[in-house]
Design a protein around this ligand. Structure first.
Ligand code: AMP
Length: 220
């Protein structure tokens, strides 16, 4: 089972992708997390991507596609993946399809988590993540038990530099201009469903499971 979750930064797709990966027993592959890990470890992908990430810009397709496809082809991904943050451009979506076809796999479903622009700004401005595993918190909607510390692993929480100031607007603009083409691509393939992701985590998860179940029923 290979699923793509598409949503702007702050749409909650990381949280929902993690839940889906547990439900279906497939690997959660988040391109942003892969880049942040690569940056921390100073790998070639990390060093190539650093400037783009700091400026809130998309990393060029050649680098991103190579990094994510490498992860999809690892043995841990053999049961399937929930892709989060990838593909974000048409070229990435096409490269993904070509590679999956080559290895005898395919995308089964794509879900767009739709959140209003104002709600996204509020969510992003209060978002903190942990150093060790990138668990996500929010000062208002999901505060940690002890301020500044991750409930799950005790590591320190920090606000991403690209969740501040101009970088937020830039990232949202890129999403609404560039990534919308990716939605059209999967809509044409009749693989796209949409979920209103303004409500809380539980409600969105229920809607997401419903959409996936009815999509799977349609294509059976
Ligand atoms: P995210 O955590 O998904 O917001 O990603 C953080 C940053 O990583 C983005 O602002 C981009 O610089 C880079 N990035 C993540 N995924 C992609 C992608 N699919 N294409 C290009 N750049 C990406």
């Amino acid at each position: 089972m290979n699923i793509i979750l598409i949503g702007a930064q702050g749409s909650g797709k990381g949280t929902q992708a993690e839940l889906l990966s547990q439900v279906f027993g497939v690997r959660h592959v988040a391109s942003g997390d892969l880049f942040r890990k690569a940056l921390q470890e100073k790998t070639t992908f990390g060093l190539q991507a650093q400037g783009y990430i700091e400026r809130g810009e998309l990393v060029p397709d050649e680098i991103t596609v190579a990094m994510v496809l490498h992860c999809i082809e690892e043995p841990e991904s053999s049961n399937g993946v929930v892709l989060d943050g990838f593909p974000r451009t048409l070229a990435q979506a096409q490269a993904l399809d070509n590679e999956l076809q080559r290895i005898g796999r395919q995308i089964d479903a794509t879900v767009y988590l739709n959140v209003s622009h104002d709600e996204l700004l509020t969510r992003l401005a209060g978002r903190y993540i942990c150093h060790a595993h990138q668990h996500v918190y929010h000062v208002k909607f999901r505060p940690p038990k002890v301020a500044g510390i991750c409930d799950l692993d005790g590591s320190e929480l920090y606000q991403r530099s690209d969740d501040k100031g101009e970088a937020i607007e830039k990232r949202l603009n890129i999403f609404f201009h560039e990534t919308m083409q990716v939605l059209d691509y999967y809509r044409q393939q009749q693989k796209l469903s949409e979920v209103d992701a303004d409500p809380g985590v539980k409600q969105v998860q229920a809607a997401l499971m419903n959409q996936l179940a009815s999509h799977m029923e349609r294509v059976k």
